[in-house]
Design a protein around this ligand. Structure first.
Ligand code: PGA
Length: 256
């Protein structure tokens, strides 16, 4: 058993509606009643409009709820934005920051991600900060340089107030939604590299920090990935929308 408690977070992305959410929550509840998940922390991250529904349906299950994005600003004339205080006020405990889809499609920079991490930690939220290289970057041998830039942008936060609430998710862009996961060994090497970057800000904090793997995690590859010493759980996209798959992945993390 690892010293860090496993964490599995479901990133629903922009997939949800009230009725299908109810089915998913019902299946998750009954799955959780059948199996002990004492050794894993579970989070689901639906789109903003459904956060309240998720909290109402999951409040007594031990499953926490998170948002998929947050504004770096506390308030103001920012149409369409949602602050960390609002997310916390609603009863969410978590937020995902810097997902590669937001970096590429919405132009989020490393500095934006760092500002969002700071805003969310400042409001008492747990943060999953995402990093990961593209296929071209890996093929050109730039993986470590890219991760250094991305991780260093926010890494100092692990040694600051609330730093124990910061989780890093390594998500190679080429593995997201493609069915092509990184091998467990490749992911482990990269996780070890990320932990070493964090350790520059404090060895003990880095040792305690959870680093999740994300990118085509499925029931069939979850156990192998989670058995690696520096892989502390997963950020799950597609498979988090299928209750049995998500529960199987949570169980694999609980057993790792
Ligand atoms: P995937 O997505 O599991 O569908 O590959 C992971 C993610 O983008 O967080």
């Amino acid at each position: 058993m690892k010293s860090r408690k496993a964490l599995v977070a479901g990133n629903w992305k922009m997939n949800a509606d009230i009725v299908s959410n109810e089915h998913l929550f019902t299946s998750l509840r009954s799955g959780l009643e059948r199996t002990s998940m004492a050794h894993v922390e579970i989070v689901v991250c639906p789109p903003f409009p459904y956060l309240g529904q998720a909290i109402a349906w999951l409040s007594d299950t031990g499953v926490a709820v998170g948002a998929q994005n947050v504004s770096a600003s506390p308030n103001g004339a920012l149409t369409g934005e949602v602050s960390a205080a609002m997310i916390a006020d609603l009863g969410c405990a978590w937020v995902i920051v810097g997902h590669s889809e937001r970096r590429t499609l919405c132009g989020e920079s490393d500095a934006d991600v760092a500002a969002k991490v700071a805003a969310a930690l400042g409001q008492g939220l747990n943060v999953i900060a995402c990093v990961g290289e593209s296929l071209a970057e890996r093929e050109q041998g730039h993986t470590e340089a890219v991760l250094t830039r991305q991780v260093d942008a926010f890494a100092a936060a692990i040694a600051g107030p609330g730093g124990e609430r910061l989780v890093v998710a390594y998500e190679p862009v080429w593995a997201i939604g493609t069915g092509r996961s990184a091998s467990s060994e490749m992911a482990q090497d990269t996780h070890r590299f990320i932990r070493a970057r964090l350790a520059r800000h404090g060895a003990e904090a880095a040792d305690k920090a959870r680093i999740l793997y994300g990118g085509s995690v499925k029931p069939s590859n979850a156990s192998s990935l989670f058995s690696m010493p520096d892989i502390d759980g997963g950020l799950i996209g597609g498979a988090s929308l299928v209750a049995d798959d998500f529960l199987n992945i949570c169980q694999a993390a609980a057993a790792a």
